[in-house]
Design a protein around this ligand. Structure first.
Ligand SMILES: [Fe+2]
Length: 169
C-alpha cells in the first residue's frame, strides 16, 4: 500500500495494531503458561480474553471504514517478543525471575499499545471519522490503560514483593 494521505497513514497504523492484538492472543497464552505465580498468571489470562475481543473490535473498525481487514507487521512488537525469548533462553529455570520478566514485558507491550491507540484516535479526530471507528478504539484504549494500571499495581504489590524477597534471600 502507498501512503499518500493522513487517511492512508491511519489505515496503515490500524493494520499494525491489528497485527499486535492478533499476535498477542498467542503470546499471552504462552505467558499464562510460563508464569508460575497464579495471581500474575490469572491476570495474563484475563487480558488474553480481552485481547481477543480487541482484535474483533478492530475488525469492526475495518468494516466501518470499508477497508479490507489486513495485518501489517509491527517490528516493535516482534522486537519485544524476541527480547523475551532471549531472556527465557538465558534465564536459569528460576520461576521468580521469569515471572518478574513477564510482568515487565507486559508493561512494555501495554505502553506500545497505548501509544498506538492514542495516535490513531488523534488522527481519527482530525479526519472526522464516525463513532463506529472511534468508539471501538476508545474501548480498546481504556482496556489497555486498565491493564497497565493493574500491571503496575502488581509490580508494587505483595506478590512481587514476595518474589523479590525470595530472590534477595
Ligand atoms: Fe491489547
Amino acid at each position: 500500500m502507498t501512503v499518500e494521505t493522513l487517511h492512508d497513514k491511519f489505515v496503515y497504523e490500524l493494520q499494525q495494531v491489528y497485527y499486535i492484538e492478533t499476535e498477542l492472543v498467542d503470546i499471552l497464552d504462552e505467558m499464562v503458561e510460563s508464569t508460575a505465580d497464579e495471581t500474575i498468571s490469572e491476570g495474563f489470562e484475563t487480558h488474553q480474553r480481552e485481547t481477543a475481543e480487541q482484535a474483533r473490535r478492530l475488525e469492526g473498525v475495518f468494516d466501518a471504514l470499508d477497508e479490507p481487514t489486513e495485518l501489517r507487521q509491527c517490528h516493535a512488537l516482534d522486537g519485544l517478543i524476541e527480547d523475551r525469548q532471549a531472556f527465557l533462553d538465558s534465564a536459569v529455570a528460576d520461576t521468580d525471575l521469569i515471572d518478574l520478566y513477564n510482568v515487565g514485558a507486559g508493561v512494555k507491550v501495554e505502553r506500545l499499545e497505548i501509544s498506538a491507540y492514542e495516535g490513531l484516535l488523534t488522527h481519527a479526530d482530525r479526519l472526522d471519522l464516525p463513532n463506529e471507528v472511534t468508539e471501538p478504539l476508545e474501548e480498546n484504549l481504556d482496556q489497555e490503560e486498565a491493564t497497565l494500571k493493574e500491571l503496575k499495581g502488581t509490580m508494587s504489590g505483595s506478590t512481587v514483593h514476595q518474589l523479590l524477597g525470595r530472590l534477595m534471600g
